[in-house]
Design a protein around this ligand. Sequence first.
Ligand SMILES: [Zn+2]
Length: 350
Amino acid sequence: MHKYFLAIMILLLTPILSFAAGRDDLVGLCYHQVEPKASGKFSLSTEKFRAQLQYLKNHNFVSLNSDDLENIYLKGSPMPANAILITFDDGYKTVFDYALPIMQEFGFKGVVCIYPSFIGAGKAMSWQQLKRLLELGWSVESHSMTHANLASKADQPMAEEEFFKKEIVAPKQIIETKLGNHVKFMVWPYGCYTTRTIEAAKKAGYIGALTVDGGATGKTESPFQIKRQVVYASDDMNKFLIRLGMRAIKIDEHHPAPGLVTSNLATFSCRLPELTDYSPEKFVLNAKLTGHKTTFSFDPQTRILSGTISGEAKPGNHFFDVYLRDKKTGITGQHGWLFTVSGGKTRNSY
Ligand SMILES: [Zn+2]
């Protein structure tokens, strides 16, 4: 009896990676525009947007704002089941005109990520409209001053300091002065960050950052590594559900480290500490680097995944993704991060 009890206890205490039916990770969605008729890569039709929110409502997703994130990631509050972060980048007026009424209809609150040089201009929201969003429980966060790629001066430390003052420090102060809110998160333009942009954001008083790294975010992740899935106008419901369905996977010992700027890279590795019961019969493991071919292997003893990039990683920003699919349930986890190979164009399209 005792022995049996002990065995059960050990089993309960051993972290086994399993994707439970209910979710305890955070799904982040990154929208840009919502309009009666879709126009362009990042502008969804109201019809498509409504269908996505209807799905979230039907499946009991709970929307969070920045205060909720702070409570969860910095103050130890529990993650609600089916937590979702619905964000809108850039500050387009279409968010106020078309997304807001639909969000209200379903009882969701959002996070708007703005860059002050755009606000008040033709296609942007006004400060007054942003104030209204705050009154409705939304959050307004900083998406830099001019939508600059913050990784673009990584090889010029002197220029970079001034650049960060303008693009990271100033927008927080401007938004807070205009709206009277507390700006808590830095939202990287084009999803581009480096270890130095993270340091600068911490110094400026931000408590975290929103990325467009792939996957969902686990409760123990750093608040500077909050992941969001970009929602494209061309996504059909099936594609949306794939993005939504990606679960958080715990990963540490990343090489290259998230935000690393390096002059060349031919190998990669990371550890999946919770993948204690790996077997190729149970799981499909994959490691992808956009635009490159990779080969890798996984050592179940050390739980380290390691591999090589055929050729070398090209200059620019790179999103690296690890995927883990549970064959039995079909549920897939994703953990993505970004690094930069210096010497080339460092620009993505959002
Ligand atoms: Zn943007």
